[in-house]
Design a protein around this ligand. Structure first.
Ligand SMILES: NC(=O)c1ccc[n+]([C@@H]2O[C@H](COP(=O)([O-])OP(=O)(O)OC[C@H]3O[C@@H](n4cnc5c(N)ncnc54)[C@H](OP(=O)(O)O)[C@@H]3O)[C@@H](O)[C@H]2O)c1
Length: 320
């Protein structure tokens, strides 16, 4: 089968298209014919080794060379074989979520991984653009911040892979949403449900004097608690999902002292895929796709996504 392997840490060019053996499943795994995957920051960080929290992240990714041999994370495809102990899926199911190495014609996933069946109306390209951004947004906004109707939230990075879900989900939960993005994305962010949009090329949201927020959700990682503190409400929460050791220290410190809290960490809750699927199927939220590249153009796809200005998702299609 065709697969994209990560030969070593480096620029997008270290990704190579090769022919390798089709993987074989164990009793609790499924074999998926991949139709689409995507390029998330996790994918290009794993490839380039430029990840936050050095050296812990480097040890986890592989000290000298990447532990993950075949690239990719998000997946949408069709199950073509199930292990004998699998009960959740059957052959022929269209599924979306995450798998270990989906930049390939076939990949395997455990029955217990983040994988769910797709509604008939969902395309494979959409299916491969949900898990990373959607789960991250729900983990921090719902599980951690317990976002409530009527709260004021500011989302910095409102047009990116996480931001497009954060804006829509915060609006769905009834919050008053302010999105921060560049000029070209103002209309999109408004159409996703933001009540107000701040164009970061002309205004600095931390210098606002006329309003305070219950939650500041920074998915870009270029703000600081020090600058955001004054625009938080009395018990406001500053969430920054690009973790640093300083943020972990501030999280610990503010958990013991003061009312304003700092939150960072890594999103985890795979159970949110069902909620995301239901919200998309019932058209309460939508999937935003920036560009789609064929598997053969994975180098170009990584180079584009890595610039840090993609709008929603960059898809890798195996059907093109
Ligand atoms: N901790 C976790 O569990 C977790 C989970 C998911 C993601 N993350 C991290 O979150 C970050 C964002 O992920 P993503 O998938 O949303 O990335 P992305 O799709 O590349 O989006 C980045 C966004 O940042 C915006 N942006 C760039 N420069 C900006 C600036 N100076 N001010 C405000 N916005 C700016 C861009 O908008 P414009 O094009 O308008 O500039 C773009 O929409 C990554 O670093 C990722 O590793 C962490």
């Amino acid at each position: 089968m065709k697969a994209i392997i990560i030969t070593k840490y480096g620029p997008p060019e270290v990704l190579k298209l090769v022919e390798i053996e089709k993987p074989t499943i164990t009793e609790n795994q499924v074999l998926i014919k991949v139709h689409a995957s995507s390029v998330t920051p996790m994918d290009y960080r794993l490839r380039s080794a430029k990840a936050p929290l050095w050296p812990i992240s480097r040890i986890m990714m592989g000290l000298w060379k990447p532990k993950q041999k075949i690239a990719g994370h998000e997946v949408a495809g069709e199950i073509i074989q199930v292990g004998k102990d699998v009960t959740k899926f059957k052959k022929g199911d269209r599924v979306f979520g995450t798998a270990d190495s989906p930049y390939a014609e076939y990949t395997i996933a455990s029955e217990k991984s983040s994988l769910e069946t797709m509604p008939p109306t969902m395309s494979y390209e959409e299916g491969a653009s949900i898990a990373f951004g959607g789960i991250s947004a729900l983990h921090f906004l719902r599980t951690i911040a317990n976002i409530q109707s009527g709260q004021r939230i500011l989302i910095n990075g409102a047009s990116g892979g996480v931001g497009v879900y954060a804006v829509q989900l915060a609006a769905f939960f009834g919050a008053e949403v302010t999105g921060v993005c560049s000029t070209k994305n103002v209309e999109l962010v408004r159409s996703l449900g933001a009540d107000r949009v701040i164009d970061y090329t002309t205004a600095d949201f931390t210098k606002e004097t006329d309003r305070k927020y219950d939650i500041i959700f920074d998915v870009v990682g270029n703000s600081s608690f020090r600058k955001c503190k004054k625009i938080l409400t009395g018990e406001g929460m500053y969430i920054n999902i690009v973790p640093t050791y300083r943020l972990f220290f501030q999280m610990f410190w503010t958990s013991k002292r003061g009312k304003k809290k700092v939150i960072t960490g890594i999103a985890s809750n795979k159970d949110y895929l069902v909620l995301l699927r239901d919200l998309i199927e019932s058209k309460k939220i939508r999937v935003i796709i920036d560009r789609t590249y064929p598997l053969e153009q994975v180098v170009e796809a990584h180079a584009y996504a890595e610039k840090g200005h993609k709008v929603g998702s960059v898809v890798i299609s195996l059907d093109k």
